[in-house]
Ligand binder design. Structure first.
Ligand code: PHE
Length: 462
């Protein structure tokens, strides 16, 4: 159904060929979980904010932004894959649901109300279906800049940065950081604007500040949990964190912080030295500083032991009441787990789709895709619109099953040796967090999924 207008939070937007925001997204738009009292995302936000004393907190910015705010103002290349319709929800050609809190950086720098600020908000991305991905999640952005009015004040500014570095709280966790400070191709020193000493001091301040956040909230949690006789938030293992090199258009150099959890490194945030042209576009050529973006769900899942990202959206009292205690640190006690109902769907792609089929490999069963989380960086051949994109299938399943789907993964990808036709098979894991689904219900949903796939993508069910 094509709608001439899309109404979001009482505002009408004209639609066009870019419009791809589904109704299910709009029904959750504006819930503002990150500022709902006693919600685990709000608790997590406050714990992080409390580590940035004196920062101004912006927590109520609407999620509909312009393409300019979300991408252009940040220096995203015109062909950056993050801009594609398969990754991003467009209201129309010039308006979208922000894909990251960075969308507000330029405007906040331009207002220049405080040297340090944080901003928490809901963000929207078309993505896989599994227990750690949901098309709406929350990020907290943070930034700190120092004033460096002209070239001759460079030494004074460097001293100020080093001085604030000395004043940061100390921790005794050994953090792996094998990266050289700069990487000539993808993480260069911004040599036109920064001296190596400045960039290194800013980077050191950034890393220490974020290590402090993670170390403090996880050790505080463990102390509180131990005294309440509960298991540690890191699940018996000592906290382990490391820095890895990352890449963002709006920072250089850039890093990600990963936390060791259940036998795997989990990315929890991205950060870096702010791209100076961005500050110049924000009318702040005389400032230098750092910025970060944290995935709030990831931190909250670790901190409270929340096993499924859908729970954050639950209106079930059995979930919500667990976070009303005075002590913010509490392990979530899962309520009964209802049985999973797996169903497979195998289909032949239409002959025309033999070429560019884009699945965000290594498919949805990878726990890796970014939470903080880097926009997809692999490139899609310019000008070639894929005929079938995995995210489109994900959305069909979400549209039909809503929160009754837990996971969708590619389990077979086969090309017929004779006619070269390609067949894909996905396993859809239906499971409600709130009740047991009947076989009839699951079958009805699955049949609808199959017929939508046929109707939309012209596939042939096997
Ligand atoms: N905007 C980045 C993302 O969502 C995270 C980030 C924020 C990285 C600020 C660096 C600085 O992928």
């Amino acid at each position: 159904s094509t709608r001439k207008q899309l109404t979001i939070a009482g505002v009408d937007y004209p639609t066009d060929s870019w419009t791809n925001v589904p109704r299910a997204i709009l029904s959750n738009y504006g819930r503002k979980l990150h500022i709902s009292q006693h919600h685990p995302l709000a608790i997590t936000r406050q714990l992080i904010e409390s580590r940035f004393v004196g920062f101004k907190n912006h927590n109520n910015l609407p999620g509909v932004v312009t393409v300019d705010q979300n991408f252009d103002s940040l220096g995203f290349a015109p062909d950056h894959p993050g801009r594609s319709k398969t990754d991003t929800y467009y209201v129309n050609e010039s308006t979208l649901l922000r894909t990251h809190t960075t969308a507000h950086e330029r405007d906040i720098f331009r207002d220049n109300q405080s040297d340090g600020w944080t901003l928490a908000a809901d963000v929207y991305r078309r993505d896989a279906v599994d227990r750690s991905h949901y098309p709406i999640f929350h990020q907290m952005e943070g930034a700190l800049t120092w004033h460096r009015p002209n070239f001759s004040s460079r030494d004074a500014c460097l001293d100020a940065i080093k001085d604030s570095l000395r004043k940061l709280p100390k921790h005794d966790l050994a953090v792996e950081d094998p990266n050289p400070p700069f990487h000539p191709d993808h993480n260069p020193l911004q040599e036109k604007y920064h001296s190596p000493e400045e960039a290194e001091a800013v980077g050191a301040h950034l890393k220490r500040s974020l290590e402090d956040v993670v170390v403090t909230i996880f050790t505080e949690a463990d102390k509180a949990l131990a005294s309440a006789g509960q298991a540690s938030s890191t699940e018996q293992e000592p906290l382990k964190v490391r820095w890895v090199e990352a890449f963002f258009p709006h920072t250089s150099p850039s890093w990600e912080l990963e936390v060791w959890w259940r036998g795997d490194w989990l990315e929890v945030l991205g950060c870096g030295v702010i791209d100076q042209p961005l500050l110049i576009r924000a009318n702040q050529p005389d400032r230098i500083g750092w910025a970060f973006g944290i995935g709030l769900e990831r931190i909250a899942m670790l901190l409270f032991g929340i096993p499924d990202i859908r729970l954050f959206w639950s209106k079930d009292e059995r979930f919500l009441r667990q976070f009303r205690a005075a002590d913010p640190y509490k392990r979530f006690q899962p309520f009964s787990k209802h049985p999973a109902a797996p169903r497979d769907v195998a289909f032949w792609l239409p002959a025309s789709a033999q070429g560019p089929v884009v699945a965000d490999t290594p498919a949805s069963n990878s726990s890796a895709p970014s939470p903080a989380g880097g926009q997809r960086t692999e490139t899609v051949k310019a000008g070639v619109e894929p005929v079938f994109h995995e995210n489109d299938l994900m959305e069909v399943v979400r549209m039909i099953a809503g929160d009754a789907v837990e996971d969708v993964k590619l389990i077979d990808d086969f090309t017929h040796p004779k006619n070269q036709r390609r067949s894909l098979c996905y396993r859809v894991e239906y499971r409600s967090l709130e009740r047991t689904l009947t076989a009839e219900e699951v079958n009805a949903m699955h049949e609808q999924v199959c017929s939508e796939l046929v109707g939309r993508f012209n596939v042939e069910i096997r």
